[in-house]
Unconditional design. Structure first.
Length: 409
């Protein structure tokens, strides 16, 4: 068995047929398929160790708490956070950004201040900041995107001043697939003591993340994009900031003592984990991240890297050969994610035809309407790959795409 087959056999979903055709799943930037180790843990926990975390003096609750806290340690190690207390479980990237935008801004954002976001931002890295700015009477500023998809760092430097209270940028855009120079962005902001939040929804999957080396103040991501259960996510935060921030939601588990007169709060990380969390889902972060590590190491890691390089080269050339095809995000530092338009073909028509051939892609504005506007379109087609995708699948995709284009023109 080849190494790619060895990887793929971990994913039951990849073996299915759609409309009688072998599934070619290229909607990975939206969500990843799940490996057996994750599915097995979900089954074991729902069918066995099921009890609420942190609450009861009985074996099942203890076991669940161990699995939940074990996953937190695994996340800590995966991103090299300095301590487990800096790793907050949330329901996903969106929830993590909302937590920071709400709690941090309640404390630190005042009238006349400003927040900077990157122009390639997902709606979840725009709207929470807009809400916070509206409440505070602050201004939202935007780092422009250049024609090749890179962020305009000269303009960014011009936007930075003492009014800016936080910068929130994409690590990797979910439309352009370009790895942004987040270290440089952070260094510039830190010169003025401005904290930086990095949206790592795509970054955690495709880059090696070391939050200490990156020196970010917040790093957020979703579990479901990196092989774990849906409804799971992480907010990494610098300890001093998390400590200074007020609780986001109130309820069980986030308190120290409660009286009708006054409530005091639990220590980190529980201060930000009110209510029953998705503890079974969060526990799957451990097998999921261990699996992600396995994909990066040794001969498997080498095979994945080689296949990925071949896919990028093949896809870039093949798309360029399609008449009227515009690829968005052409800068060098890119992951295997391709958003494009083809003259004379509606993205939704292309996606529907591809679907009938077994190929799953994403279309629409991909939760990035301002970025679509920047490129003068309302929709794109996106094919996004993960390490379980093969060059053969890329070739099949291009064959099907050409067929679909011929049918539509
Ligand atoms: N940010 C980026 C870059 C994304 O790609 C996504 C999801 O596609 C999100 C944020 C939002 O993630 P979630 O819907 O898991 O909260």
């Amino acid at each position: 068995m080849g190494l790619m087959e060895k990887i793929r056999e971990n994913f039951p979903a990849l073996g299915q047929k759609v409309y009688g055709k072998d599934l070619v799943y290229l909607d990975n930037a939206a969500t990843s398929q799940k490996p057996k180790v994750v599915l097995d843990l979900l089954n074991e926990m729902y069918g066995g160790t099921n009890a609420n975390v942190h609450r009861a003096m009985h074996k099942l609750s203890d076991d669940t708490t161990m699995l939940y806290e074990g996953a937190r340690e695994c996340v800590r190690e995966f991103i090299n956070a300095p301590g487990k207390e800096c790793v907050i479980f949330t329901s996903g990237t969106t929830a993590s950004i909302n937590l920071v935008a709400s709690s941090y801004c309640r404390k630190f954002l005042k009238e006349g201040d400003a927040v900077i976001v990157s122009g390639d931002s997902h709606h979840s890295n725009i709207v929470p900041w807009q809400l916070a700015c509206e409440i505070a009477g602050a201004e939202l500023k935007v780092i422009p995107v250049k024609d090749n998809g890179e962020l305009d760092l000269d303009e960014y430097r011009n936007l930075l001043d003492s009014r800016v209270k936080i910068v929130a940028v994409e690590h990797i855009s979910n439309v352009l697939g370009i790895i942004n120079p987040v270290k440089e962005i952070i260094q510039q902001a830190h010169k003025l003591n401005i904290p930086v939040l990095v949206d790592g929804a795509q970054g955690i999957v495709h880059a090696d993340v070391d939050v200490q080396e990156m020196d970010c103040d917040f790093y957020v991501f979703s579990g479901h994009k990196i092989y774990a259960a849906t409804g799971t996510g992480i907010l990494y935060g610098r300890r001093e900031l998390l400590e200074a921030m007020p609780p986001y939601m109130g309820g069980g588990d986030m308190v120290d003592t409660v009286s009708f007169a006054k409530t005091t709060y639990a220590e980190l990380p529980l201060k930000f984990e009110a209510g029953t969390p998705h503890f079974i889902g969060q526990a799957t972060l451990k097998p999921a991240l261990e699996f992600a590590k396995w994909l990066k190491e040794g001969e498997i890691g080498k095979a994945v890297k080689e296949e990925e390089e071949k896919i990028i080269e093949y896809m870039t050339n093949a798309l360029a050969q399609i008449e009227g095809c515009t690829l968005y995000g052409t800068a060098e530092n890119k992951i295997p994610l391709f958003s494009f338009n083809i003259e004379g073909c509606f993205p939704s028509d292309l996606a529907q035809l591809l679907d009938k051939m077994g190929v799953a892609v994403r279309t629409g504005f991909m939760c990035c309407e301002p970025l679509m506007t920047r490129f003068g379109v309302t929709s794109m087609v996106r094919a996004s790959f993960l390490p379980y995708n093969t060059l053969q699948e890329a070739e099949y995709f291009i064959k099907c795409l050409n067929r679909a284009v011929n049918m539509l023109r």
